[in-house]
Write a protein that binds this ligand. Structure first.
Ligand code: DX5
Ligand code: ZN
Length: 216
């Protein structure tokens, strides 16, 4: 239902040459930049926060998609709104008042999404789906790049896409974790329209070819 968009995750980029990395991704045809924010609490790793996101904002006009892997996303959303990102997702496992937070994000014209850990069923989203711009399906346990894709998540995408069609909804389906040329086609066919990828793209010698391989 949507054109496939490729969202490289900067988690596997060379942070010592961030400006060059971002400009290489722009030239290679990236549609969105995916930024993984980790708090060392909801997930067992720390990544980066606002100073770096502000720097990235100045380096590119590409849409920024912030994936909050933090215990208290409501603390951080106001600052992200100020930075001027285009997409914000937080985890279903972290919030009591997802409807309130989704509305807060959308009030500012930002696309709002909810992320699901591999073990969290899609039916936990049933009541909020009409408000969502996207659902981020995690196909690894969040916290690190370069983990193996969990194959059962393909069926989760299929069920979500079937539900979307049955209810006439229009949220995007984003898949994140272990995405590569070996599973991209199956993911697209299952219904994913935003493909996040860190290690596959950054370990390739040609970002453009890697992005094309995910897209087609
Ligand atoms: C994992 C992050 C992912 C990660 C993807 O917690 O949410 O976005 O960077 O990395 P790959 O594509 O290497 O699995
Ligand atoms: Zn992510």
């Amino acid at each position: 239902m949507y054109k496939t968009q490729i969202a490289p995750s900067l988690l596997s980029s060379d942070f010592g040459h961030l400006a060059e990395e971002i400009s290489a991704l722009e030239s290679a045809g990236a549609d969105i930049l995916h930024l993984d924010v980790m708090d060392g609490h909801f997930v067992p790793n720390l990544s980066f926060g606002f100073p770096l996101i502000q720097t990235i904002r100045k380096l590119t006009a590409l849409p920024l998609d912030v994936h909050l892997m933090v215990t208290n996303p409501e603390f951080h959303v106001p600052q992200l709104i100020d930075v001027g990102v285009q997409w914000i997702s937080f985890h279903q496992e972290t919030v009591h008042h997802s409807h309130r937070l989704i509305n807060k994000i959308k009030e500012h014209g930002i696309k709002a999404g909810i992320a699901l850990n591999p073990a969290t069923p899609i039916n936990t989203l049933e009541s909020i789906l009409p408000w969502l711009d996207y659902v981020l399906v995690m196909s690894v346990n969040p916290g690190y790049s370069a983990q193996a894709f969990i194959p059962q998540m393909l069926e989760k995408i299929q069920h979500l896409a079937e539900y979307r069609a049955a209810k006439g909804l229009s949220f995007h389906i984003e898949i994140d974790g272990g995405v590569s040329n070996s599973n991209a086609e199956a993911l697209r066919k299952a219904g994913a329209d935003i493909l996040v990828s860190a290690s596959y793209i950054f370990s390739s010698h040609n970002y453009s070819q890697a992005i094309q391989a995910l897209r087609h």
